[in-house]
Design a protein around this ligand. Structure first.
Ligand SMILES: Cc1ncc(COP(=O)(O)O)c(C=O)c1O
Ligand SMILES: N[C@@H](CCOP(=O)(O)O)C(=O)O
Length: 465
C-alpha cells in the first residue's frame, strides 16, 4: 500500500515513511492510494470480536505487512491496555434509536487517546528499527495536546512540543499538558488561537531545513495513522448495532474534520453507514460550506466546547481530494485560495459529491447547555459540551431507518464549568487525575511567530537544529 499526497507533488510513501512524515513535503496530506474494502461476510465476522481484534483486522491492510503481525498485535494490546473500560469504546443507549459511543475511557479523557496511544507505539517501533530519533510537533485546541503528551512522555527516541492557544483551553486540559515532569515534554502557550498554532506547525513542516535538521514528525490528524486508528470504532459500534445487515448513522462533533473523515473511510471500506452528520458549534465553517458551497474563514468565537473552536479544518482537504476524483491540481488551487483570501468556492461536482455523503448542523452555546440539562433530566446521562453539540445536531438528523450514534468525544469532567452551569452537577475527575490540578505547571509563552517557536524548539530538542 502506497500513500499519495493530496497535492500530488510529494513522493508516494509506504506506511512507515508516511507515519514519520506526518505532513507531505508539498504541504498536502497523505491518503492511501486506494481504499481497502471488506465484504459483508468479513464485516459480519467482526461481531463478537474484541476491540483489539477488530483493530488488528481494520488496520492490517493499511500497514500492509510493514510491521510484523505479532508486533502489531502486541502494540494494539498495549495501547488499549491503558484504557479504563474493558470494551474500550462502549455504546450507551440514550433514546429509542439513539446511542452515544463513549470514546473517553483513555488516560486523558478524550477520543484522542484512542489513536494517540497506538501512534506513539508505532512511531517508537519504527524509530527504534531505523535507529532514528524524532522531534514531534503538534497543535492543540485542548485535547490532542494532553493525549500526545501522555502517550509520548518519557519516550527515549522522541521530544514532544505541543502548541496550545494561551488562555483558551480548559484548566483541566491545560494541566494535562503543563504538569508532566518528563524532560522530553514541552508545552508552549501561543498568544493566539488554535488556527495560529496549527499554521505554525504546518509552517515548521514547510520549512525544509528546519524539518530535516530537527527530524520533525507530527501527531495531529494531518498524520494518516491518526485517522487510521479512528476508523476502528466505527466498525466496532456499527457491528454491535447490526451492521452489515442494518445501516447505522453517525453524528460527529467536528473541528479539524479528522474524526468524521475516519467515518467516511469506514464507509468507503464497505461499512454500511446511512447518514454521516457533521456537528459544529458556533464556529460553523463546515456547516456553512456544505450549505453555500463556499468555505470561508471568519473570526474564531470562544465557546463552551473549546476543542472545536477551529476555522481551518485540516482534514477537509482529504475529503476535497476524494470529492474531486483525486485531482491534486484542484486541491492546490483551492488551498492557494484559502491562503491568499481565507476562502474558496467548492467546485460544483465536488460539492454534489460531498452533499451526497454528509449532512451538517450547528448547535449554539444555548442549545448545547439546554441539551446537557435535558439529556440529564430525561436519561440521567451527563454529556460534555462537545458531545452535547453532537447530540443536539443528531436529534435533527435522525430517522427511524437507522440507529443514530453520536460520538462522545470527551468526558464531562474535562469541562466542569460549562457542565456545572448547564446541569448543576460538578463532574469529578477520575482518581488517576485527582491530584493534577495542584501540581506545578511548566510551560513557555510565545508569540505566534515562526522564528520564535523554531528557536525554542531548536534549543530544547535533544536533536539540535
Ligand atoms: C472533545 C473533542 N470533540 C470533538 C473534536 C473534533 O474532532 P476533529 O478535529 O477530529 O473533527 C475535538 C478536537 O478536534 C475534541 O477535542
Ligand atoms: N480538537 C483538537 C484539534 C486538533 O485536532 P487533531 O485531531 O488534528 O489533532 C485538539 O483537541 O487539539
Amino acid at each position: 500500500m502506497k500513500y499519495v499526497s493530496t497535492r500530488g507533488e510529494a513522493p508516494s510513501l509506504g506506511f512507515c515513511d508516511a507515519l514519520l512524515a506526518g505532513l507531505a513535503s508539498d504541504g498536502g496530506l497523505y491518503v492511501p492510494q486506494e481504499w481497502p474494502t471488506f465484504t459483508k461476510r468479513q464485516i459480519r465476522s467482526m461481531r463478537g470480536m474484541s476491540y483489539q481484534e477488530v483493530a488488528f483486522t481494520v488496520l492490517s491492510p493499511f500497514i500492509d505487512g510493514e510491521i510484523e503481525p505479532a508486533t502489531l498485535r502486541s502494540m494494539i494490546d498495549e495501547a488499549y491496555g491503558t484504557f479504563r473500560h474493558p470494551a474500550i469504546a462502549p455504546l450507551v443507549q440514550t433514546g429509542a434509536n439513539q446511542f452515544v459511543l463513549e470514546l473517553f475511557h483513555g488516560t486523558t479523557l478524550a477520543f484522542k487517546d484512542v489513536a494517540m496511544q497506538l501512534l506513539a507505539r508505532l512511531m517508537d517501533h519504527v524509530l527504534a528499527e531505523r535507529g532514528q530519533r524524532a522531534t514531534i510537533v503538534g497543535a492543540t485546541s485542548g485535547d490532542t495536546g494532553g493525549a500526545a503528551i501522555d502517550a509520548f512522555a518519557g519516550r527515549e527516541r522522541t521530544d514532544i512540543f505541543i502548541l496550545f492557544p494561551h488562555g483558551k483551553v480548559s484548566p483541566v486540559q491545560q494541566r494535562q499538558m503543563t504538569t508532566s515532569t518528563e524532560s522530553n515534554v514541552h508545552a508552549i502557550a501561543v498568544r493566539g488561537n488554535f488556527d495560529d498554532c496549527q499554521n505554525l506547525v504546518k509552517a515548521m513542516f514547510n520549512d525544509k531545513t528546519f524539518r530535516q535538521n530537527m527530524q520533525l514528525s507530527g501527531v495531529n490528524s494531518i498524520n494518516w495513522a491518526r485517522i487510521m486508528a479512528q476508523i476502528v470504532y466505527y466498525f466496532t459500534s456499527a457491528v454491535a448495532l447490526g451492521a452489515p445487515d442494518r445501516k447505522v448513522s453517525f453524528t460527529v462533533p467536528t473541528g479539524n474534520f479528522g474524526d468524521i473523515f475516519a467515518g467516511y473511510v469506514a464507509k468507503r471500506m464497505g461499512l454500511p453507514i446511512d447518514r454521516l452528520v457533521i456537528a459544529t458549534n458556533d464556529n460553523d465553517i463546515l456547516a456553512r460550506a456544505l450549505k453555500t458551497g463556499r468555505y470561508e474563514m471568519r473570526e474564531v468565537v470562544a465557546t463552551t466546547s473549546p476543542s472545536m473552536d477551529i476555522q481551518i479544518s485540516s482534514n477537509f482537504e482529504r475529503l476535497l481530494f476524494e470529492a474531486s476524483d483525486r485531482d491534486p491540481a484542484e486541491i492546490r488551487a483551492l488551498m492557494a485560495g484559502l491562503k491568499q483570501s481565507g476562502a474558496f468556492q467548492i467546485g460544483e461536482k465536488a460539492l454534489k459529491a460531498i452533499r451526497k455523503e454528509f449532512r451538517a448542523g450547528r448547535a449554539t452555546q444555548k442549545q448545547v447547555a439546554k441539551t446537557i440539562a435535558e439529556t440529564l433530566e430525561k436519561t440521567g446521562y451527563l454529556l460534555d459540551p462537545h458531545t452535547a453539540t453532537g447530540v443536539f445536531v443528531a436529534a435533527k438528523n435522525s430517522r427511524a431507518a437507522s440507529p443514530m450514534v453520536t460520538l462522545a468525544t470527551a468526558h464531562p469532567a474535562k469541562f466542569p464549568d460549562a457542565v456545572k452551569s448547564a446541569s448543576g452537577i460538578d463532574p469529578t475527575l477520575p482518581s488517576w487525575l485527582a491530584g493534577m490540578m495542584q501540581r506545578k505547571e511548566r510551560y513557555e509563552v510565545l508569540d505566534p511567530e515562526l522564528a520564535a517557536v523554531e528557536a525554542f524548539i531548536g534549543s530544547h530538542s535533544r536533536i539540535r537544529g
